[in-house]
Design a protein around this ligand. Structure first.
Ligand SMILES: Cc1cc2nc3c(=O)[nH]c(=O)nc-3n(C[C@H](O)[C@H](O)[C@H](O)COP(=O)(O)OP(=O)(O)OC[C@H]3O[C@@H](n4cnc5c(N)ncnc54)[C@H](O)[C@@H]3O)c2cc1C
Length: 248
């Protein structure tokens, strides 16, 4: 087995490419400024912590999950949504340009599928930018060389059609026989999507009442992180099979 590649301390990452996702979200392709490519190994669902020394009178530190997959060796991607009055997210979405250097350390985090502990039927539940860890997982676990997972279900909600982060990838992923993607819009009725937030009814319908023998991953606003686990526990799902990640 190849030794794990780890780069300790703060790294200089160069913005190699910028891809707009939606009106307020963009994906930054990052490479190691000294060594090129992605010089560390990571698991889908992990994040990097970025440090910004010049945006305020004290350094600002923010985390961003990799939306790329570890199978992409030549770069990593982070997908950033500009939040209302947010200092760093607006900087990353509006000011950062190709060629700029960002300081980051990591990878960090345990919000991912652990084959030795987790049940291999995954249910991923996200809202808005909370889809980013699931973009990484879908990329990783649908590639032919990856360990085949028997069932991956993604339920994701966005405000409207204009907010569909990662939509190209989601369309591609749902062609995979083991993947199901359910998209719901919370503020727009649209013939191609469900309407409303992800709630107990949509979850029960999607899983056809079969909640057991699955690992649940939930990433999004606080409401989702409390209401869905509470509902799952009434269905007999053990807390060990529910993983949550808060972006706040
Ligand atoms: C583990 C982890 C992973 C993350 N991954 C991602 C990611 O992949 N993509 C991404 O876009 N963001 C991600 N975030 C959120 C990110 O770290 C920042 O919190 C976010 O970009 C806002 O930072 P800011 O400096 O712009 O806002 P701030 O200046 O810190 O806050 C300004 C205002 O925005 C509100 N706010 C803060 N954070 C959020 C948020 N996440 N959503 C809505 N409102 C918010 C605050 O309440 C405040 O009113 C992640 C956070 C964590 C902890």
């Amino acid at each position: 087995m190849e030794p794990r590649r780890i780069k300790r301390g703060w790294m200089n990452l160069r913005v190699d490419k910028i891809v707009p996702e939606t009106h307020d979200t963009r994906t930054l392709y990052l490479v190691d400024a000294e060594d090129g490519g992605c010089v560390f190994d990571y698991q889908p669902g992990q994040y990097l912590t970025f440090r910004f020394d010049d945006l305020a009178d004290k350094p600002l530190v923010r985390s961003y999950t990799m939306s790329s997959s570890p199978c992409q060796k030549d770069h990593i991607e982070v997908t950033v949504k500009a939040v209302s009055h947010g200092i760093v997210s607006h900087y990353l979405c509006e000011k950062v340009m190709e060629g700029d250097i960002l300081r980051a350390r990591g990878p960090i985090g345990r919000f991912g599928y652990e084959p030795t502990k987790d049940l291999p039927r995954l249910v991923m539940i996200g809202a808005g930018s909370g889809v980013t860890p699931f973009l990484s997982m879908l990329r990783e676990y649908t590639q032919p060389a990856s360990a085949l997972l028997p069932d991956m279900v993604l339920l994701v909600s966005y405000r409207s059609e204009e907010d569909l982060i990662g939509w190209d990838l989601l369309q591609e992923a749902q062609q995979h026989p083991n993947v199901r993607v359910v998209v719901s819009l919370s503020r727009q009725h649209h013939a191609d999507f469900r309407f409303g937030r992800i709630d107990e009814a949509l979850l029960a319908e999607t899983l056809e009442g079969d909640f057991l023998h699955r690992t649940f991953f939930i990433c999004g606003p606080k409401g989702l992180l409390t209401s869905i686990p509470a509902f799952l526990s009434t269905k007999g799902v053990e807390m060990a099979h529910i993983k949550t990640e808060s972006f706040f």
